[in-house]
Design a protein. Structure first.
Length: 312
């Protein structure tokens, strides 16, 4: 798996919007943060474009493609930070020319809908960064490690996470290539050239939000029938919040880890003879550890703690 070059002070980061629209001012904090890292933020020229076609996109497909293509091709850009998720990345992924990117790969950063790029680029053999988008989630307090972990990853520092155990965990230790991202997106890519393939040497990470419990079951059943759940070397479950309707789930609707969702997932994982981790802080909450997707990791799950160590 090819690892893009790590950044150094003075490097440029592009911010582009491949999915939902951005509003003026929503990137101000990210711009200041990038500057505090002694890096140079550069915005795509169409970053604030709008197009309403049953959904408020960040411009028509051609404009979003143009910005992403520029960020891929410009040799001075060392990383691409996606402005936000939503929906729309899959509508441009096949329009991108990756010729220059393959010769000079760079980090792509984001989560949620940005899982399209993680899965596509990982399948092509390039590492990416699953982490917070440039725009924050509304009404969400952000943990300092959400940004510090992106900084540490971009600048090539050693990454190791330790979390407390969960009673649904399956114990064990293994090594493999980290893949996955947002469950809904992973599910939607199955059968395409961006889908997970050769899962037998992989460790699968999943997170999601705003899904009905039965929808989570349906998606997991699809992953099972495609042989993904039964072939991967381990599974890591992140944040699952705003699950089902607020009326049906008033008590846990805003929790990072919805117990009913975890119960549904556990019905698929409890009999698997592989390490399984519940409660990993990554996904649609303010506590969102950066994950180097496509990297080789060591996962050790014991009754006392969970340790995720990035080998490369």
């Amino acid at each position: 798996m090819i690892q893009p070059d790590f950044l150094k002070e003075g490097d440029k980061i592009a911010i582009v919007a491949p999915a939902k629209r951005m509003l003026q001012g929503e990137l101000d904090e990210a711009i200041e943060l990038i500057k505090s890292w002694k890096l140079i933020p550069v915005l795509g020229k169409n970053i604030y474009a709008e197009y309403d076609f049953g959904y408020k996109y960040a411009g028509i497909d051609e404009l979003r493609t143009e910005d992403f293509q520029w960020a891929l091709d410009d040799a001075e850009i060392k990383a691409i930070w996606c402005a936000r998720g939503g929906y729309g990345s899959v509508k441009i992924i096949d329009e991108l020319d990756l010729t220059k990117f393959k010769k000079l790969p760079k980090w792509v950063i984001g989560y949620s809908d940005i899982t399209v790029f993680h899965n596509h680029f990982n399948r092509l053999g390039f590492q990416t960064i699953h982490g917070v988008t440039a725009k924050k989630l509304a009404n969400t307090d952000y943990h300092p490690t959400s940004y510090q972990s992106i900084y540490d990853t971009l600048f090539g520092k050693k990454i190791e996470y330790k979390i407390v155990p969960h009673f649904y965990n399956n114990l064990g230790e293994t090594e493999g290539e980290l893949i996955g991202g947002n469950l809904s997106i992973v599910y939607s890519l199955l059968g395409s050239i961006s889908a997970i393939n050769n899962p037998s040497d992989k460790i699968l990470f999943l997170e999601d939000w705003f899904e009905n419990w039965y929808a989570v079951d349906r998606m997991l059943m699809n992953l099972k029938r495609n042989g993904i759940l039964t072939q991967v070397k381990a599974i890591i479950l992140g944040n699952f919040t705003h699950m089902d309707t607020e009326e049906e789930n008033a008590e846990h609707y805003n929790n990072s880890y919805d117990p009913k969702t975890y119960e549904v997932i556990h019905s698929y994982t409890e009999k698997l003879d592989i390490p399984v981790v519940f409660g990993f802080p990554a996904g649609h909450t303010g506590h969102n550890f950066a994950l180097k997707m496509g990297a080789k990791v060591n996962l050790n799950v014991t009754s006392n703690n969970v340790n995720l160590y990035f080998i490369d």
